[in-house]
Design a protein around this ligand. Structure first.
Ligand SMILES: Nc1nc2c(ncn2[C@@H]2O[C@H](COP(=O)(O)OP(=O)(O)OP(=O)(O)O)[C@@H](O)[C@H]2O)c(=O)[nH]1
Ligand SMILES: [Mg+2]
Length: 474
C-alpha cells in the first residue's frame, strides 16, 4: 500500500501555475537530513546551519542550492515536524518557496536527485491513515474538504474529518462484537444447544438498535447527496410564464435569454449557485407546448426529462395560463418526478394581477401533491427570496442529521446501506427462530462492511482505489 517510513517522498502541495509562494512537502524518517546537502539555514548571527539541527516545530529562512553545482535556486522557509506529531505521523519537512513553475520544477528535481521520490496521489493522507493518525472515513473527508464548494458541504466534511462518522460506526461495531461474544457464551454453555430466551431478547434489542442507528446515518445521505452532487432545481410551465426571468433572478446574473416571444428557451440551460450555503443547479427549460416546430418539440422533450432528475420542480403559472394547461402539465410532472422530489407552484407576474382560475389551480395542484403555492414577480423580485427559502427548506427537511452528521460520500452511503441490508436479514433470521449461530454469522458479514468505513477491514485494492482519487500533494 504505502512505502515504509524510511522511504522519503515529496510533492508540491499548492496548486499548479504561478502563485506568490508554494509549499513542497517531504515525508519519511530522515526527511530533514536528506536535504542537508542542498538547504543551508541562514543564521541571523552569520553563517549557515543544517536542517537536521533545526528543532521540531520551528521554521527558518534558508538558501536552497543545487547540491552538485552549489548554485542558489531560491530563498525558502523551512518548517520541521517530528514523528509522530506531523500530518503523516512520520518526520516531515515543508519547504515554502516562491511560487513560479520554474522554481517548483528545479526544487523537485533537486529533491529527486537527493533520493526523495515523487509522492503518489493522496500519499500523505494515506500514510496518515496507515500510521493510525485517522480513520479511513476521516481521511476521505479531508479530500471532501479540499473539493468542497459550499459552506454546508465544508461543514459536513469537517464533521466527518473530525471523526464523527468513525465514532458512530465504532459504537455500532462494538455493540455487535459484544453481542457476538454473548452468543458464543450462550451457545457454549447451553448443553442442548438451544440458548435461553433471555439471550435472544438481548440479541434482538442490540440488533434493532444497531439497525435504527445505521438507518439514521444512511438517511442523512439524502442531504449529503444534495451537497456532493448539488441539489437539482428545475423550472417549468407554459412558454412566456417567466421561467428564464426567475432563473436569472435567483442566479443573480443574466444566464438565460428573456424576451416576450413565446418559445425563447429551446434547450435546457443550467446555472450553478449557492443558496444559503447549499450548492444548487438551477435548470431552465423550454416552455411546455404542443408544438409542430421540431426544435421546440425537442426542447419540450428535454424539459420533461429534467423532471425525473430534479429535487424540486417549480411549476410557473402566469395570469394567462389556463386551468386546462395546468391540469395537463401537472399530471405529466407528477408522473415523471421522483417520489422524494417536491413540486411547488409559483403564481408569477403577480404584479399584473392574479390568475382568474387561481382557486381551481390550487385545487389541481394539491391533487398532484404540490407542497406550496407562492405568488411571485420574477421581474420585480417580489417573493423571489421566498423561492430561495423554499429551496433551502427542502434541503433542511430532507432526512435527519444527528449532531450535524451528514454523509456526503457515495462510497460511505453504499457501504453502510449494504451493512444495513445485511443487519436487517439478521433481524429477520432471529425473528424466524433461526439459531443464534446463524444470526452471528450474518452479523459478521455486516461487520466486514462497516469495517470498510473505519478502514479496519479495508483491502489493499480498495485503499488504493480510494487514495488514487486524491490529488498529488495531499
Ligand atoms: N410583468 C411581468 N413580466 C414578467 C415577469 N416575469 C417575466 N416577465 C416577462 O415575460 C416575458 C417572458 O419571460 P421569460 O422569462 O422569457 O419567460 P419563459 O417562461 O422563459 O419563456 P419561454 O422561454 O418562451 O418558455 C418577458 O417579456 C419577461 O420580461 C413578471 O413577474 N412580471
Ligand atoms: Mg425561457
Amino acid at each position: 500500500m504505502t512505502g515504509s517510513a524510511d522511504e522519503l517522498f515529496c510533492a508540491v502541495s499548492t496548486p499548479a501555475g504561478t502563485s506568490g509562494i508554494a509549499v513542497i512537502r517531504i515525508s519519511g524518517n530522515g526527511a530533514a537530513k536528506s536535504i542537508d546537502r542542498s538547504v543551508k539555514i541562514i543564521r541571523s548571527s552569520g553563517g549557515y546551519g543544517k536542517v537536521s539541527e533545526l528543532p521540531g516545530y520551528t521554521c527558518c529562512f534558508a538558501d536552497l542550492r543545487d547540491p552538485d553545482t552549489g548554485v542558489s535556486v531560491d530563498k525558502v522557509v523551512i518548517t520541521r515536524f517530528e514523528a509522530p506529531f506531523s500530518y503523516t505521523g512520520d518526520e516531515m519537512v515543508e519547504i515554502s518557496c516562491h511560487g513560479s513553475p520554474e522554481v517548483k520544477k528545479e526544487i523537485l528535481d533537486i529533491l529527486y536527485r537527493l533520493g526523495i521520490r515523487a509522492a503518489g496521489p493522496g500519499e500523505f493522507t494515506k500514510t496518515a491513515f496507515m500510521n493510525g493518525k485517522m480513520s479511513l472515513s476521516s481521511a476521505e473527508a479531508v479530500m471532501d474538504i479540499i473539493a468542497s464548494d459550499s459552506s454546508e458541504e465544508l461543514r459536513a466534511a469537517n464533521i466527518i474529518s473530525e471523526g464523527a462518522l468513525a465514532k458512530r460506526t465504532d459504537k455500532i461495531e462494538n455493540d455487535l462484537y459484544e453481542m457476538m461474544a454473548m452468543i458464543e457464551m450462550a451457545v457454549d454453555f447451553d448443553d442442548d444447544d438451544s440458548p435461553d430466551d433471555d439471550t435472544r431478547v438481548k440479541v434482538s434489542g442490540i440488533l434493532n438498535d444497531s439497525v435504527a442507528e445505521l438507518e439514521r446515518i444512511v438517511l442523512s445521505y439524502r442531504k449529503g447527496r444534495m451537497l456532493s452532487e448539488k441539489m437539482k432545481v428545475s423550472f417549468t410551465g407554459i412558454p412566456n410564464s417567466g421561467k428564464s426571468t426567475l432563473l436569472n433572478s435567483i442566479a443573480g446574473y443574466d444566464r438565460s435569454i428573456v424576451t416576450d416571444i413565446s418559445g425563447t428557451t429551446t434547450d435546457t440551460i443550467e446555472a450553478v449557485c449557492d443558496i444559503y450555503g447549499v450548492p444548487v443547479i438551477l435548470t431552465d427549460t423550454a416552455g411546455i407546448t404542443k408544438s409542430s416546430d421540431r426544435i421546440e418539440a425537442l426542447g419540450v422533450e428535454r424539459a420533461i426529462r429534467e423532471y425525473g432528475k430534479s429535487d424540486i420542480v417549480f411549476y410557473l403559472v402566469s395570469p394567462d395560463t389556463t386551468v386546462k394547461q395546468v391540469s395537463d402539465q401537472l399530471h405529466d410532472v407528477r408522473a415523471k418526478i421522483r417520489e422524494d422530489a417536491e413540486l411547488i407552484v409559483l403564481f408569477n407576474k403577480s404584479d399584473l394581477g392574479s390568475n382568474p382560475g387561481e382557486e381551481e389551480i390550487r385545487e389541481i395542484g394539491r391533487r398532484y401533491g404540490a407542497s406550496s403555492f407562492i405568488p411571485i414577480s420574477a421581474s420585480d423580485g417580489t417573493n423571489v427570496e421566498e423561492v430561495r427559502k423554499a429551496i433551502k427548506a427542502h434541503y433542511d427537511n430532507a432526512g435527519v442529521s444527528d449532531g450535524g452528521l451528514v454523509i456526503t460520500n457515495r462510497r460511505h452511503y453504499e457501504t453502510l446501506d449494504s451493512a444495513l441490508g445485511i443487519l436487517r436479514t439478521a433481524v429477520t433470521a432471529l425473528d424466524k427462530g433461526e439459531g443464534l449461530d446463524v444470526v452471528s454469522s450474518i452479523v459478521r458479514a455486516a461487520l466486514d462492511k462497516t469495517g470498510e468505513i473505519s478502514g479496519k477491514t479495508v483491502s489493499a485494492d480498495l485503499a488504493k482505489t480510494i487514495f488514487d482519487r486524491f490529488c498529488i500533494g495531499k
